[in-house]
Design a protein around this ligand. Structure first.
Ligand SMILES: Cc1cc2nc3c(=O)[nH]c(=O)nc-3n(C[C@H](O)[C@H](O)[C@H](O)COP(=O)(O)OP(=O)(O)OC[C@H]3O[C@@H](n4cnc5c(N)ncnc54)[C@H](O)[C@@H]3O)c2cc1C
Length: 377
């Protein structure tokens, strides 16, 4: 999407919002029906909840697999989807869908990073139909909910990234978070050449450092623990409770923290002029709440024949779809994707009767499947 000028997307293509299992399988179904599609996801990788919430866990209720690791399922679905040659835009969040007078939709997206920095890099593109496969919401960085944070963002306060500044000299860096991302940032700072290194590094985590999930994580944990023993980084159990901005100036001098082992409400000041918050990601529904699709409790009502929302041309599948008897299971998303893809043919091939074809015996589909390209991303 980023290389397209505003409003100039290819006509006759479909947008899939969400690269979770439902969105990925939908791309395959659209490919069988010759409907070109683009997939956009706010995460940096495909897989939706399978990637973000339980990548290394085995799933036992996918038909045909006694068990399959969540991340492997996402990878296989992506390979299968190559029949549609979908374009994939990661790290982008769809923020608006507007019906266009020509019958399609103008869809606006922003980079997920820009959402947390309140920067504007919005782009708009035209699509013939939109499929919302947005699960439990757009995954985005968890932000601090403290007074004064907004004025500090991008200068003294960063989320999950090490700012690109020429030197960390004279910086007292506070990293908030006990997971792999926080450790990785700590190690990058610890590895700075002496002349560019921060004056001081603190790491603050509510419950201390989390146990390692993989080998890379273990190596990071080991480096940080060694550095702590050598007095090069201080590790505290606690949370940030506020910021000290002298004379109302927009300049950070110190951070208020509350330590776990101290009495409740006992705050102390920690000298710090650069804060990096790594509190992970959480799903956000905000963009979708304003799309006038009748969202209730995080789900959008659809009919069970077409999986179309109350706005013709906008389909909803997977965890975000709501109808009597809905189950938030991957296999249900596969069924919904199949029926929604067939229903969307009304918009792509108006007036044409679409016959059901089997992948085992349809010469057209067999030819198409034999050409199925390998993923390029
Ligand atoms: C711990 C756990 C274990 C589970 N185990 C099982 C199991 O054993 N079997 C089973 O069947 N199910 C299981 N589930 C449920 C299963 O993961 C979900 O049903 C499934 O992921 C839903 O797929 P989806 O494609 O609808 O949505 P998701 O997987 O949630 O993917 C939606 C994607 O859309 C993206 N998105 C949302 N809004 C936007 C936007 N505005 N712009 C751009 N991108 C957006 C999100 O970032 C996300 O990546 C489990 C869930 C959890 C949390």
């Amino acid at each position: 999407m980023s290389n397209m000028p505003a409003g100039s997307g290819a006509r006759g293509s479909a947008l899939i919002i969400g690269a979770g299992p439902s969105g990925l399988y939908l791309a395959f179904q659209l490919g069988l029906l010759d409907i070109p599609c683009s997939i956009v996801d706010s995460l940096p990788a495909i897989g939706g909840q399978c990637y973000e919430l339980y990548a290394d866990k085995p799933i036992f209720d996918i038909p045909g697999f006694e068990s399959i690791k969540a991340i492997d399922l996402a990878e296989r679905l992506w390979i299968q989807a190559q029949i549609a040659k979908p374009s994939l835009q990661l790290n982008r969040t769809i923020i608006q869908i507007k019906a266009d007078t020509s019958g399609g939709f103008l869809v606006t997206s922003r980079s997920t990073q820009a959402l947390s920095a309140d920067a504007d890099d919005a782009e708009t593109q035209y699509f013939q139909a939109v499929f919302i496969a947005a699960g439990v919401g757009a995954f985005a960085t968890k932000r601090l909910r403290l007074e004064g944070t907004q004025s500090l963002e991008g200068r003294y306060l960063f989320y999950s990234v090490l700012p690109t500044i020429p030197t960390f000299k004279a910086k007292q860096v506070l990293i908030s978070g006990g997971g792999k991302r926080a450790l990785s940032i700590a190690v990058q700072l610890l590895q700075c050449p002496q002349a560019l290194a921060p004056d001081r590094i603190d790491l603050l985590a509510r419950n201390g450092l989390r146990p390692a999930l993989d080998q890379q994580h273990e190596a990071l944990l080991d480096s940080v623990q060694q550095a702590a023993k050598a007095g090069r980084i201080r590790i505290h159990k606690g949370v940030i409770t506020g910021f000290e901005l002298p004379d109302q100036a927009i300049k950070l001098d110190a951070v208020r923290i509350s330590l776990r082992d101290e009495p409740r409400n006992a705050e102390r000041s920690l000298q710090s002029n650069l804060v990096i918050v790594c509190h992970g990601l959480s799903p956000r529904l905000e963009p979708m709440l304003h799309w006038d699709l009748g969202m209730t409790r995080g789900q959008i009502p659809v009919d069970t024949a077409r999986f179309e929302s109350r706005l013709p041309g906008v389909f909803v599948i997977g965890d975000m779809a709501s109808y009597p008897g809905k189950k938030k299971l991957i296999t249900c998303g596969f069924h919904e994707a199949t029926l929604a893809a067939y229903a969307a043919c009304d918009y792509f091939f108006p007036g044409k009767k679409i016959l059901l074809q089997y992948t085992t015996s349809s010469p057209r589909l067999l030819e198409k499947l034999s050409r199925g390209a390998r993923p390029t991303e």
